[in-house]
Ligand binder design. Structure first.
Ligand code: NAP
Length: 254
């Protein structure tokens, strides 16, 4: 039986891309999943698919830039499955793309509310529940942009850098209380986000051939592995899925 079997997990941004693949992977491993995203129809359809395959899933409409929504998702997970063993802070947006002085400041701020404050809200809501039950695991979906500047991505790079800082701080504060917190930089992954990036034509990432992108299912397997005890040594870090030694360690191959 896999270590995740019988665990409960909240996955934000579960309506498509990496989040949807993670929900399916966790359910296949025997975890009960709460799918959280703004588009209720999409997450309800994935939850129905998981039930049909013999798994357990609950869809919760949740905008991670609203603390009340995130808190409600945590409470829903506790009510449905009795605990919150795992949180995957995956929801994220790439736009606005463009030179720093051009985008609407309100759009820039709204994206920061998702990519940065949304991660804080997830940690803030889930950690007290995890402390009460004696521990848990949290994966913050990071990016190479957290540690490298890219033109046109001032919002994305700086908010991912802020989220990485939250991973590091939270690890220092809670690792000794049984909460394993780590970041995953998934490399480039074949999702809608990369379609938007390609269409922008800005910076070298938009010039990449789509064939080099990793499948979202591989990111999902990496996230599942990072929630296991074997991954404890990476807590507080920002694990790169492009690192071939790391792929081998996770039992993944391209
Ligand atoms: P995606 O296909 O565009 O999916 C993004 C997900 O985030 C969707 O499910 C979306 O659902 C959700 N979301 C956006 N805003 C939200 C909000 N305010 N509240 C709740 N959910 C929200 O992108 P992806 O590639 O799977 O990205 C997932 C994560 O991986 C992101 O954090 C991204 O930064 C990171 N990442 C991706 C790549 C890549 O190459 N794809 C590389 C590095 C890091 P709704 O619109 O239904 O709310």
């Amino acid at each position: 039986m896999h270590e995740l079997a019988g665990k409960s997990a909240i996955i934000t941004g579960a309506s498509r891309g990496i989040g949807a693949a993670t929900a399916r992977e966790f359910a296949a491993l025997g975890a009960s999943v709460v799918l959280a995203a703004r588009t209720l129809g999409e997450i309800e359809a994935i939850a129905a698919e998981i039930w049909a395959a013999g798994g357990k899933a609950t869809a919760v409409a949740c905008d991670v830039s609203r603390y009340d929504d995130v808190q409600a998702a945590v409470e829903r997970c506790q009510q449905a499955y009795g605990s919150v063993d795992i949180l995957v802070n995956n929801a994220g947006v790439i736009e606005p793309i463009g030179p720093l002085a051009e985008p609407d400041p309100d759009l820039w701020g709204a994206a920061t509310d998702i990519n940065y404050k949304g991660v804080y809200y997830g940690l803030r809501a889930a950690i007290p529940a995890m402390l009460n039950q004696g521990g848990g695991a949290i994966v913050n979906v990071s990016s190479g942009a957290a540690t490298s500047a890219l033109e046109g991505w001032s919002q994305y790079c700086s908010s991912k850098a802020g989220a990485l800082s939250l991973t590091r701080s939270a690890n220092l504060e809670y690792r000794d209380q049984g909460i394993q917190i780590v970041g995953l930089s998934p490399g480039t992954v074949a999702t809608e986000m990369q379609v938007i990036i390609k269409a922008s034509g800005i910076n070298p990432v938009s010039q990449l051939d789509p064939s080099i992108h990793l499948p979202p299912e591989m990111a999902a397997k990496a996230i599942a592995w990072l929630c296991t005890k074997e991954a404890a040594e990476f807590a507080g870090g920002d694990v790169s899925l492009r690192d071939e030694d790391m792929q081998r360690r996770m039992g993944l191959t391209l």
